[in-house]
Design a protein around this ligand. Structure first.
Ligand code: IPM
Ligand code: SF4
Length: 465
């Protein structure tokens, strides 16, 4: 029997199998940020253990940093402490740090791919659930907890039980103006926010292979929002083209050798998955979430489910969610007034996302009732956005440009959506209070976010193009 892509990579990294227990897995790349690393460094220092392979870890601050006046000292004391700690720890242990104001700084999951650190066939971990993003390059990438961060620092390995394997195939072509974000929101709305629990997902089929690398990252990023351990896509020419020439990409003869190896990374025709799901791309339309988990999504042109359309077991939590959102079962989605638009995050804060927004709003103005924030995913994205005239276009339309970071995706800094306000957000989580206490989040694609910014209410972008 053939092997899945996941198995091929996993098996090549097992250092030791423990009978009926987890495997000891070698980790090629370890990314760290300021939130989940301080205790891990504290742990190894207490034990007097050095960082085993410091050159395999790369650090950048992203969650706690302000997105205004980054050249000044961070005002919030807790945030300053976290970011300073990361700097000190990296200095002490000889770890590469792209600190605040460094030209390579950014959200950790934007930084890895943009630097060519993320490559096919690797195992990549980070103390952050959206590490699944890197699976877009055909790698096994997943989030780990702080104690595992400590394990990786000390040994470059972790103990992991092998997840089950699921393949999600979407055949056919996506309609025009239907994006990667709509594709993944559609899948999560079908299988629910827990439908992937216990699995590592491989995405296959023309709907995924036709996506850009940015689009594939958006899809893999949200694997965790269906409860999966991670998600990956077999690498192809697009993948190689994207990596080629980047800072840490193999060069010269090493490049040819690497590509030859990467070309072996696919699931064999007779590989067996524990679960297979198949969808048709032509059924997918621009999507929006209306509730308080990413599985509560619908086509923008449809309506919030009526109570009798819900399974009886879900009605209570659905009603609670509707109360929080200030919506009613059965409501039409289009036309609902919105207060904020947030374009950014590791899901949709890359250059392609900013381009899509700029292209839509060019020559238009944001609606008066909307506050629109654009937060580039990294300094490199910010630089490109300035050079390409994207920043000028967006500012002329009344959008506020911020500096790179996680920002209002989780509001660990000052970028908070006020209580009771509605935000259409290109991020990945719509939990209660995620974007600030009492904030109400509706997840959408950058294109939908742009259309909402211009009209001031929920709208299918195709109706205003
Ligand atoms: C702070 C961090 C640990 C967290 C995560 O793991 O995902 C954050 O990035 C998030 O998106 O909620
Ligand atoms: S942008 Fe959002 S989802 Fe991504 S790492 Fe930051 S907080 Fe987490």
């Amino acid at each position: 029997m053939g092997s899945t892509l996941f198995d091929k990579i996993w098996d090549a990294h097992v250092v030791k199998e423990i009978k009926d227990g987890p495997s000891v897995l070698y980790i090629d790349k370890h990314l760290i940020h300021e939130v989940t690393s301080p205790q891990a460094f504290g742990g190894i220092e207490k034990r007097g253990v050095p960082v085993f392979r410091p050159e395999r870890t790369v650090a950048t601050p992203d969650h706690n940093i302000p997105t205004i006046d980054q050249h000044l000292t961070i005002k919030d004391q807790l945030s300053k402490f976290q970011v300073d700690k990361l700097t000190e720890n990296c200095e002490r242990h000889g770890i590469t740090l792209y600190g605040i104001n460094h030209p390579f700084q950014g959200i950790v999951h934007v930084v890895g791919p943009q630097m060519g650190i993320t490559q096919p066939g690797m195992t990549i971990v980070c103390g952050d659930s959206h590490t699944s993003t890197h699976g877009a390059f055909g790698s096994i990438a997943f989030g780990i907890g702080t104690s595992e961060v400590e394990m990786v620092l000390a040994t470059q390995c972790i103990m992991q039980p092998k997840p089950k394997k699921m393949r999600i195939t979407v055949n056919g072509d996506l309609h025009k103006s239907v994006t990667a974000k709509d594709l993944i929101l559609y899948i999560i709305s079908k299988i629910s926010a827990s439908g992937g629990t216990g699995y590592f997902v491989e995405y296959a089929g023309s709907a995924f292979t036709s996506l850009s690398m940015e689009g594939r990252m958006t899809v893999c990023n949200m694997s965790i929002e269906m409860g999966a351990r991670g998600g990956l896509i077999a690498p192809d020419e697009k993948t190689f083209e994207y990596i080629k020439g980047r800072e840490f990409a193999p060069k010269g003869a090493d490049w040819d050798k690497a590509v030859a190896k990467w070309k072996q990374l696919y699931s064999d025709a007779d590989a067996k998955f524990d679960k297979e799901l198949t969808y048709d791309a032509s059924d997918i339309e621009p999507m929006i979430t209306y509730g308080t988990n990413p599985g509560m999504g619908a086509k923008i042109k449809s309506h919030i489910p009526k109570l009798d359309e819900m399974p009886a077991s879900e009605r209570l939590s659905f009603e609670k969610s509707m109360k929080y959102m200030g919506f009613n079962a059965g409501d039409e989605l289009q036309g609902k007034p919105i207060d904020y638009v947030f374009v950014g995050s590791c899901t949709n804060g890359r250059i392609e996302d900013l381009r899509a927004v700029a292209e839509f709003v060019k020559g238009k103005k944001k609606a008066d009732n909307i506050t629109a924030w654009i937060v580039p995913g990294s300094k490199m994205v910010e630089k490109m956005a300035i050079e390409e005239g994207i920043v000028a276009t967006l500012e002329a339309a009344g959008f506020k440009m911020r500096q790179p970071g996680c920002s209002a995706c989780l509001a660990m800094n000052d970028d908070k959506i006020p209580s009771g306000k509605y935000a259409v957000s290109t991020s990945n989580r719509n939990f209660e209070g995620r974007q600030g206490p009492g904030s109400r989040t509706l997840l959408a694609s950058p294109l939908t976010a742009a259309a909402v910014a211009v009209t001031g209410h929920l709208v299918d972008p195709r109706e205003v193009m």
